[in-house]
Design a protein around this ligand. Structure first.
Ligand SMILES: N[C@@H](CCC(=O)N[C@@H](CS)C(=O)NCC(=O)O)C(=O)O
Length: 232
């Protein structure tokens, strides 16, 4: 059995986009796992991994092998379970996924964060609020997350939506970003929307945005939608 250490917010919400990637990867491989929720201030739970970020997995079937970092987890799962469906089938598939990893971090996550940070802060476990305020405050240059979010929604939403144009163009070619079947590039981007959907019901996309039907397919693929609080 695999154990996944997964970031926990209040009311059992699990928004971490990198942990969603690990959950997609485990489902894709058809592997069972159990989850250990960890709050921002419970780093002691993953101290054994030698670092302080999630996801972390421990594979009991493989000598308690410990892996951290969503990308490393995907590589590990393919290596340890080569007979199950591969996440990264070839060097080319890996290069495409790696590009999506960078693009999603620098464009999608970066654009989304100010649009949802006020709702995120409200959704953090009460005992983790100081940690979140200080760590994210440093990153954003302000601790007034509600104001930043209001301003971002008023001033930056159109630019954010425009920045997603490569997704719309790609989805004209196939039902999924990776073609006619979902693959790791889809998991990377869908995880960003699951992140938002775990903490806010704010509509990041226009109702007729062609990204929405793809997202619905991704959300329903492994029934992750049922885990969203509040519903996206
Ligand atoms: N590159 C890492 C990023 C992991 C990461 O940033 N995880 C965040 C949650 S989304 C985290 O553990 N944050 C804890 C903290 O900020 O203290 C990956 O792909 O797994």
């Amino acid at each position: 059995m695999i154990t996944l250490y997964d970031l926990e917010f209040a009311n059992g919400a699990r928004p971490s986009p990198f942990c969603w990637r690990a959950k997609f990867a485990l489902k894709h491989k058809g592997l069972e796992w159990k989850e250990v929720p960890i709050g921002f201030t419970e780093k002691d739970k993953i101290a054994f991994s030698g670092q302080g970020l999630v996801p972390v997995i421990v594979d009991n079937a493989n000598g308690d092998k410990t892996i951290h970092d969503s990308w490393e987890i995907a590589l590990y799962l393919d290596k340890a379970y080569p007979d199950r469906p591969l996440l990264l089938k070839s060097a080319h598939a890996q290069a495409f996924a790696r590009f999506m990893h960078y693009w999603t971090g620098l464009v999608v996550h970066a654009g989304m964060f100010p649009l949802i940070v006020g709702d995120m802060y409200a959704a953090v476990r009460p005992q983790d609020r100081d940690y979140f305020r200080e760590s994210r405050g440093k990153r954003l240059g302000t601790e007034d997350f509600a104001k930043l979010q209001t301003e971002a929604r008023a001033g930056r939403l159109a630019a954010f939506r425009q920045s997603l144009e490569p997704l719309r163009l790609q989805l004209k070619v196939g039902a999924f970003l990776a073609g006619d079947r979902p693959a790791y590039p889809d998991y990377i981007v869908a995880s960003a929307f699951l992140w938002a959907g775990s903490v806010t019901s704010f509509k990041l996309l226009d109702g007729d945005d062609p990204i929405l039907p793809w997202y619905a397919r991704m959300r329903d693929l492994y029934d992750f939608g049922s885990r969203l609080k509040p519903a996206a």
